[in-house]
Design a protein around this ligand. Structure first.
Ligand code: GTP
Length: 593
């Protein structure tokens, strides 16, 4: 395929507007996959993606398409839609020259439609608006086209109306891709680890060609490799003889260590060095949490699982950490809470690891006033990503918290309900049609990180949508709060919060914990404390003995079965002092609903 018949494009959209379904249809029409009714989200390869019905990792596939006597190679790069994953979106876009902007004909423009449009617009890509789900009873494509014209300044006649589900007009989309998207070349964008074949690097070729036997050098590590295999993604790896300039595909070159294949790296032919391509903007973690093996003997297994998983998800940052109560572990940085949950789920499902995760915290800062601490840290302003390292008020002149600029798109009747108690400051408000408004608010990041998205969805019966971007730091009156069980601190739940919220949050956490911990043979005091001061308390009453007695007894096999089940259950428990707490209790406690 000569460069002029290659098109590299992405599909971008708000969550659930139908990207994956459209991708399925494009794969079918071009004969890349057979047409059966089993083709549901073919590009969503990860188990967590299928279970949650969302796209997390950008996938790609090469489509072969003939139109008016000419043959084309169309490289499709799928992207995730949820707010937490916009890093993946911009990474995918840097490998493209154009995008299909999918908008649901019923829901219209949503917060991530706006965010994704600007990502594509800033990257100077050709943008083809695709109005999907026109088969729905409530579909109103005219209204959506008007929104697109008003907000994005794209003429109404450039929109394509389709039903991805039924296949209506999908062929037209392919023709638009050929007409509107300029042919060009792209960049390195992903890598995965295969137990048998080592590192598989997904690459895009800017110039030249590459094949088995070629020697390549990594601009990043300067290491040399011999290429074992190259191929295209259909979307599974399919070996080919060569890859040419403008093609997107994969390369296997005996990289064994996961750290050898850096996303954003440039490879060049041995003895023919080139100027490295500009890498990707590195992702900025917004949420940090501690991660520890349930059992310290699992430390090394967890370490290698983390290395492999972070190779495939380079937006996660990893620092070694240790704690008195939890032993040796790590502090991980994530893009958001959903990202953190998905990462944990992948650890469990793909690597069979169970871990202890601490309460998420945002990256706070402190301006130090104590000469001793300044000397120790060798600087006056420090970033705090672990509540255990929160410096005392006496040694600090100011605490700072990260803020974000949030965009909310909502039908007007929900405006009042949405913002109570989030310390938000309104910045802007714009009606996009008679019913919907776009609102901009400055939020402290910690007010939205855990549950804002879910709360917004349920308050607005699913009609409001949300996106946010970094907006720097502001001064804040912060304190560290501990949670105690019979006087022993629960390390997982130590948090840094705003002073004004300490009492309410302390009370809330104690109440929730009371529900999440099963009754035991003794009374348990659940307390929230700031330093030595107790600010909230709940009491969990003891079991009555005869209730327990009743469970045992009976015949011996039943008794053995119960004991076995109890032993299995213990693995899922964490002992704090003499209190047993289900490991998943903490995450449940932290979510407000
Ligand atoms: P993420 O991967 O989470 O970003 O979602 P997505 O944008 O890929 O959406 P997906 O393709 O998973 O579709 C979301 C839902 O909309 C699914 O239940 C689809 O069956 C449905 N859907 C997609 N296209 C159409 C359509 O043209 N008509 C109708 N009625 N439903 C559709």
């Amino acid at each position: 395929y000569p460069v002029e018949s290659i098109r590299n494009f992405s599909i971008i959209a708000h969550v659930d507007h139908g990207k994956s379904t459209l991708a399925d249809r494009l794969l079918e029409i071009t004969g890349t996959i057979a047409k059966t009714h089993h083709n549901k989200q073919v590009l969503d390869k990860l188990q967590v993606e299928r279970e949650r019905g969302i796209t997390v990792k950008a996938q790609s596939a090469s489509l072969f398409y003939s139109h008016e006597g000419a043959n084309y190679l169309l490289n499709l790069i799928d992207t995730p839609g949820h707010v937490d994953f916009s890093y993946e979106v911009s990474r995918s876009l840097s490998a493209c020259q154009g995008v299909l902007l999918v908008v649901d004909a019923n829901e219209g423009i949503q917060a991530q439609t706006v965010a994704n449009f600007y990502l594509a617009f800033e990257a100077q890509l050709a943008i083809i608006p695709v109005i999907n789900k026109i088969d729905l009873k409530n579909a109103d494509p005219e209204r959506v086209e008007k929104q697109i014209e008003k907000l994005f300044d794209i003429p109404i006649d450039e929109c394509v109306r389709i039903s991805a589900k039924q296949g209506t007009n999908v062929e037209k989309v392919l023709q638009k891709v050929i007409e509107k998207i300029p042919p060009l070349k792209a960049l390195v964008f992903d890598s995965t680890f295969d137990h048998y074949r080592g590192v598989i690097a997904n690459i895009a070729l800017f110039g030249g060609e590459i094949q088995k036997g070629h020697k390549v050098v990594s601009a990043h590590t300067k290491k040399r490799y011999e290429v074992n295999e190259v191929g295209i993604l259909t979307p599974n790896e399919q070996p080919t003889h060569k890859l040419y300039a403008g093609q997107v595909g994969y390369l296997i070159a005996g990289m064994k260590e996961v750290t050898e294949a850096q996303i954003g790296d440039t490879l060049f032919l041995y003895k023919q060095p080139v100027e490295p391509l500009p890498g990707f903007k590195s992702a900025k973690p917004m949420v940090f949490a501690g991660m520890y093996p349930v059992d310290q003997t699992e430390y090394n297994n967890l370490k290698s699982a983390l290395e492999r998983l972070t190779l495939n998800d380079s937006s996660v940052t990893v620092h070694r950490d240790s704690s008195l109560a939890l032993g040796a572990g790590w502090r991980l940085g994530f893009l958001g809470l959903l990202h953190m949950e998905v990462f944990n789920q992948r650890l469990e499902q793909e690597y069979n690891m169970s871990v202890i995760v601490t309460a998420p915290t945002v990256p706070y800062k402190a301006v130090l006033s104590s000469a001793k601490l300044i000397k120790e840290y060798r600087k006056a302003e420090i970033t705090i990503i672990n509540p255990a390292q929160f410096p005392d008020k006496l040694s600090v002149s100011e605490y700072l918290e990260p803020t974000v600029l949030g965009t909310i798109v909502t039908p007007q009747e929900y405006i009042g309900k949405i913002l109570c108690d989030r310390r938000a400051v309104q910045k802007d408000m714009l009606y996009i049609d008679e019913h919907r408004v776009i609102l901009k608010y400055l939020f402290p990041l910690n007010e939205i990180v855990v549950d804002f998205y879910d709360a917004l969805k349920s308050l607005s019966s699913g009609y409001a949508s949300f996106d946010y971007e970094d907006a720097g730091y502001q001064a804040a009156d912060l304190i560290k709060m501990d949670i105690l069980l019979n006087g022993n601190p629960v390390e997982e739940l130590a948090t840094i919060i705003h002073n004004d919220k300490a009492y309410a949050t302390g009370k809330f956490l104690c109440e929730r914990l009371k529900d999440a911990i099963p009754r035991q043979l003794f009374e348990i005091a659940i307390q929230a404390a700031i330093g030595k001061k107790i600010i909230a308390r709940e009491t969990l009453k003891a079991y009555r003995k005869n209730v327990v007695a009743k469970c045992y007894g009976g015949d011996i096999t039943r008794r053995m079965k119960l004991l076995k089940r109890q032993a299995e259950g213990k693995k899922l428990m964490r002992k704090i002092g003499n209190v047993e707490v289900p490991r998943d209790a903490f995450i449940r406690v932290l979510k407000r609903q």
